[in-house]
Design a protein around this ligand. Structure first.
Ligand code: MRU
Length: 349
């Protein structure tokens, strides 16, 4: 498997530790953080990214911020806690895991409001560690369910990075690939480069290749052609937020992939832990899609600008895939099938 950690809590320094993903694949650099602005920026600038990893980082980061400060009263502690929850939550809008993890932490603190401040900090420490461990277990369970849908030697396509780097271990969409490798399935994995930020090329290709999985990198526009040639037997992607009706937001380009998969009769699966499912959002129309800087498209990976100065740029970081294009939504509890408004609720209550 891989020889890096995505995110963890370091008890010695009492800090959040993340692998700086903006430096991959060329450099392994860990950042030790407990300053609110640095943690906010790490999430905003995608030093840590991927819905589950953002949630885990926010939970650990919240604890690290609170644990380094001193409080004159419990009221002051709770007011600072709430302020930091709102601040960190403002870093990115689309992945529901961020607000889920922060709300879970705040509720945990409120549930122990009779404890001393030190006691509440201990409870928050333990909760953050548990959120991290639960993420590992959920991803592994998603992989087990996904393995029942494929056979040895299959060609599997994935988009963006819903891998170990987007979670704590295994990934969501890549869990099937890691577990398959352990069990001798010999999958042929294709990963889209994922414009404009190249998470597929820089991150997914990096982590699967490092783990010794047979992986082929392709430009985003090549996936329909790979499906038409019969190279792909199933598509597995992650999700930043799954609405109650099964529409889901994921990295920009996912919905085009679903359309191509539908055309070529390739099963298309969305892999999402229950922390990514948002029953309070009825459909994809209610999901806020993050828009990012134009320079990510025009300049970022080039030595000279690659578009005329002043050109209008549309740079949504995510898109919504309609639920009727999805063959199944795989959570840690099983595989939900259409109609998702009923199957997801039945599965996750
Ligand atoms: O902008 P990013 O890199 O955070 O986008 C990540 C994705 O879209 C992932 O596919 C999604 O978060 C699922 S991660 C298991």
């Amino acid at each position: 498997m891989n020889d890096f950690e995505t995110v963890y809590l370091d008890d010695k320094t009492r800090k959040l530790v993340i692998l700086d993903q903006t430096r991959l694949p060329n450099e392994i650099t860990y950042l030790f953080l407990n300053d609110p602005k640095e943690i906010w920026e790490a999430i905003y600038l995608l030093k840590v990214r991927g819905a589950p990893a953002i949630g885990v980082s926010a939970a650990i980061g919240l604890w690290a911020i609170l644990a380094r400060e001193r409080y004159s009263s419990k009221e002051q502690f709770f007011s600072r806690l709430h302020q930091m929850v709102e601040y960190l939550d403002s870093a990115r809008p689309t992945a529901v895991n961020l607000s889920w993890a922060l709300e879970t932490m705040e509720q945990e603190a409120l549930g122990h409001r009779d404890f001393s401040v030190d006691g509440i900090l201990q409870v928050l420490h333990d909760k953050a560690v548990r959120i991290r461990e639960d993420d590992i277990a959920m991803c592994k369970a998603i992989g087990e369910h996904a393995l029942t849908l494929v056979k040895p030697g299959d060609g599997l396509l994935t988009h963006c990075n819903a891998g170990r780097l987007a979670t704590v271990k295994y990934g969501t969409a890549t869990a099937v690939m890691y577990l398959g490798q352990e069990r001798g399935y010999h999958f042929h994995v294709f990963c889209d480069e994922t414009r404009p930020l190249l998470q597929g090329a820089r991150l997914t290709a990096f982590e699967l290749h490092q783990a010794g999985i047979d992986v082929t990198l392709e430009c985003d526009g090549m996936s329909a052609s790979a499906m038409r040639k019969g190279l792909i037997q199933a598509v597995f992607v992650g999700a930043d937020r799954v609405a109650a009706n099964g529409d889901f937001a994921n990295k920009i380009g996912t919905s085009m992939l679903a359309l191509a998969a539908w055309r070529y009769h390739v099963p298309f699966y969305c892999c999402a832990p229950s922390s990514s499912i948002d029953f309070s959002t009825a459909s994809g129309d209610g999901i806020v899609i993050e828009e990012r800087k134009p320079e990510e498209v025009t300049d970022m990976w080039y030595q000279a600008p690659m578009a005329p100065r002043g050109i209008k740029v549309f740079n949504p970081a995510f898109d919504v895939t309609d639920h009727d294009l999805v063959t199944g939504i795989i959570t840690e509890k099983g595989i939900a099938r259409y109609p998702y408004d009923q199957s997801l609720r039945r599965m996750l209550g």
